[in-house]
Design a protein around this ligand. Structure first.
Ligand code: PHE
Ligand code: FE
Length: 310
């Protein structure tokens, strides 16, 4: 059965004073854990927006999303209609892997985010986008956070990876190498691809919660698709406001777990020169390449030039 990690991480550990974290202004109504006292009450239109976003993704994802993701969606029945109730969803999810989903007002500080993950709590944005921002919003809303991230938390290995990531975050902060660990999160949890018997599928939440990248990530000619290597990925730059020029592919969540959780990152952090990263569109000599991208999309100027996502 699921072991809750209630000893080591009950209280938010204090950060060493010389550790850099991005300063965020905490709204007065939330405590040091940054949790909303309650999930917000949604209007009928909010629920419609969820349903329309859900339908749009479900027309695209079969055959393109990882089996574990589609299974999780079904098991949690996230398409039952309207924005899911966090309490109900958490009860169902915790019966499967011991994870809960908790509401937060906005982006929260890194160390608080890590602390929640280490305790198997997934902090999810409370608000939902509007019709005006239906196609794209930069801040994660409840559709991205719940539809994108929660289904995979039903997979026991992925669920353990996320908890371990939370603990790893604290270590990265102490080494002031958070950028390196964030790149790993970016290229796995947000934009990861996985080899399945009938082809490469997406498991990253950033891919699966939007219609364009859900197709682009697995089918377009532009982006590179490269087997994930930890030493390579932690040194790779990433863009947050456009389709990715490179995706990294794993064989299984067990493989991902073995490469990350089972490895001690101390030497890795110590070997990183501050500030150095590989360009995010590069293919390097040591890469195991599945598809060498044409980068046509990026070369035509990407989203800023309204380039076709080919
Ligand atoms: N095992 C790694 C460490 O020693 C951390 C790690 C865990 C990284 C899980 C990613 C995910 O720091
Ligand atoms: Fe996300």
């Amino acid at each position: 059965m699921i072991q809750k990690n209630t000893t080591a991480f009950e209280a938010i550990p204090e950060l060493p004073t010389d550790t850099f974290t991005a300063p965020l202004a905490k709204p007065d109504h939330v405590g040091l854990d940054w949790l909303e006292p309650k999930q917000r009450v949604y209007t009928a239109e909010d629920h419609h927006i969820w349903d329309d976003l859900f339908k749009r993704q479900m027309d695209i994802l079969p055959g393109r999303a990882a089996t574990a993701f589609l299974d999780g969606l079904k098991r949690l029945d996230l398409g039952r209609g309207g924005v899911p109730d966090f309490q109900e969803m958490s009860e169902e999810l915790s019966a499967i892997t011991g994870w809960e989903v908790v509401p937060v007002p906005m982006l929260i500080p890194d160390h608080v985010f890590f602390w929640h993950l280490a305790n198997r709590r997934f902090p999810a944005g409370n608000f939902i986008r509007t019709r005006e921002t239906f196609d794209y919003i930069q801040e994660p809303d409840v559709f991205h956070d719940v539809f994108g991230h929660v289904p995979l938390l039903t997979d026991p290995v992925f669920a353990d990876y996320m908890e371990a990531y939370g603990r790893a975050g604290w270590k990265a902060l102490k080494y002031n190498r958070l950028k390196a660990l964030s790149a790993l999160y970016w290229y796995t949890v947000e934009f990861g691809l996985i080899n399945e018997a009938d082809g490469i599928k997406s498991y990253g939440a950033g891919i699966l919660s939007g219609p364009t990248e859900a197709v682009f990530a697995v089918e377009a000619k532009s982006p590179n698709r490269i087997h994930l290597d930890v030493d390579r990925v932690v040194r790779t730059d990433y863009v947050i406001s456009d389709l990715q020029p490179t995706y990294f592919v794993i064989d299984s969540f067990k493989e991902l777990f073995a490469m990350t959780v089972d490895r001690d990152f101390n030497d890795l952090y110590e070997s990183l020169d501050p500030g150095f990263t590989f360009a995010n569109c590069a293919v390097l000599p040591q890469d195991k390449v599945y598809h060498k991208g044409t980068q046509e999309y990026a070369l035509r100027g990407g989203a800023a030039s309204l380039a076709e996502p080919v």
